[in-house]
Design a protein around this ligand. Structure first.
Ligand code: SAM
Length: 285
């Protein structure tokens, strides 16, 4: 049974995330054989092609032109062309352009052939030492502080392992937000510059990671990072965020224990019971 209406094929071709030796034989074969390559950045893809001695036609396909270039590529696929889609690095579509193109290929019954290959999130996860059975990929955190904090707050009880992309500019801010919204003792792993010369994969409690980053600012102010956060585990030690504790402690200076617990639980939407237990446990401290 032929599911496809046209002879064209779209290949999704992952490319290395740093180390060029990570390209697959099959990726090279497809990049040579297709009629054209749709790429996020012509200059970057040219460097890759030149390295492997491949000559082919490149057309730019990025987040700024994706919308109108999609229809153009669909026309070419309908005419029977073989097209490879690549991004700057890693697996296209995963936080990279192309979703709309794939969706339209489905709508028009055009064949899509995805190749397996490098992906920073999955490579980082494999080396994280954090459970890989269930995970969620959150891409980049929002750049606006409040929205970022709200998102992290909403993930504090997420049981699955959480994966984020993070830029060198904001990594320290993000770890501080993780401490405040999720907890200073949550285990996190930072995978930096995977497959490259200055690769570092290191994990510890969020509070330890913060001092590690602050002591190594010169390293972490450069390069690309994936952050992996251990999922929420109900533990005997009640996990209350730094922000919640701060509010509680301020209120306790003016109000009774009961009132402070009640108001704090309403402000931070945490369980009264947990907060009360925390307060009792930490009374003498
Ligand atoms: N589609 C890509 C993939 O499959 O890896 C991800 C694209 S996303 C726009 C780029 C982000 O991926 C970077 O900002 C960084 O967070 C992460 N990243 C890419 N290469 C990396 C590397 N070698 N080491 C660590 N993180 C990397």
């Amino acid at each position: 049974m032929n599911l496809f209406k046209y002879n064209g094929t779209l290949y999704i071709v992952p490319t290395p995330i740093g180390n060029l030796s990570d390209i697959t034989y099959r990726a090279l074969k497809i990049l040579k054989e297709v009629d054209l390559i749709a790429c996020e950045n012509i200059k970057r893809t040219n460097i890759l092609l030149e390295h492997f001695n491949i000559k082919n036609t490149l057309i730019s396909f990025n987040k700024n032109n994706e919308f109108y270039k999609t229809d153009n590529l669909i026309q070419k696929l309908k005419q029977g062309k073989k097209i490879a889609l690549v991004s700057n690095a890693g697996t296209p579509i995963i936080n990279d352009p192309g979703y709309l193109l794939i969706k339209k290929c489905h709508i028009f019954c055009i064949q899509i052939i995805p190749l397996p290959g490098p992906c920073s999130a999955i490579t980082a996860l494999s080396a994280s030492g954090i459970s890989t059975n269930r995970f969620c990929y959150e891409g980049f955190l929002p750049s606006k502080k409040k929205i970022r904090q709200n998102l992290l707050h909403s993930l504090r009880k997420e049981k699955r392992t959480i994966i984020f992309c993070e830029s060198k500019y904001r990594i320290i801010e993000t770890i501080k937000d993780i401490i405040n919204e999720i907890g200073k003792n949550r285990h996190i792993v930072i995978a930096r510059e995977i497959t490259k010369k200055w690769e570092i994969i290191y994990g510890n409690k969020a509070k330890v990671m913060l001092s590690w980053l602050e002591n190594n600012k010169n390293i972490y102010s450069k390069g690309e990072n994936i952050i992996i956060i251990n999922g929420y585990k109900k533990d005997k030690n009640i996990n209350i965020s730094e922000n919640t504790i701060n509010t509680f402690q301020i209120l306790k200076n003016f109000l009774s224990l009961k009132q402070s617990v009640l108001i704090t639980s309403k402000i931070h939407k945490v369980s009264k019971n947990n907060l009360y237990q925390y307060a009792i446990k930490n009374k003498e401290k």
